[in-house]
Design a binder for this molecule. Sequence first.
Ligand SMILES: *[C@@H]1O[C@H](CO)[C@@H](O)[C@H](O)[C@H]1NC(C)=O
Length: 169
Amino acid sequence: MHTAWTRANTVLTFFATVLSVLCVVVTVTDVFHKSDPPISVELKEVKRLVTHRGRQDQAALSMRLDADLRPAFSWNTKQLFVFVQADYATPENAINQVVLWDKIIENKADAHLKIRALRQKYAFIDQGRNLRGLPLNLTVAWNVMPKVGRLFTRSKTFAVGTLPEEYTA
Ligand SMILES: *[C@@H]1O[C@H](CO)[C@@H](O)[C@H](O)[C@H]1NC(C)=O
């Protein structure tokens, strides 16, 4: 009885050790997976630029996105969380970051995003009335969620021009 227990225990310990060694190997080799995915994002059209309740500017944008994130997938990648963010500076805040759109990609085959008229999923509202004539940056960022190891984020930022000088009707 005692021997059977000891043997079972030894076998379990052995497999646990093999498993942790494998995890370390997976993590270490994946560290060498570097990628530089081709990405472009443009401001296609400002559909609306208004004052929200007379205190906060709000914009509705249409964007053009071409992001080939297939190189970001390695065999250790579980999924990507991709988002497009507006980056801009105002007298009130040196850094403003507003997430406009996001998407989860679970397969490498679905990782080439080509969207000719990308509509916002989330409202673009400024804290003040600063959006008229504003130089805007758009950032495409992707969180890489690995099967084993630590989550990390990469991004590319583009200066996409300025918003209109006047509110739209
Ligand atoms: C916008 O992008 C340009 C070029 O990438 C950068 O120099 C600038 O600091 C950015 N501005 C903001 C507010 O993020």
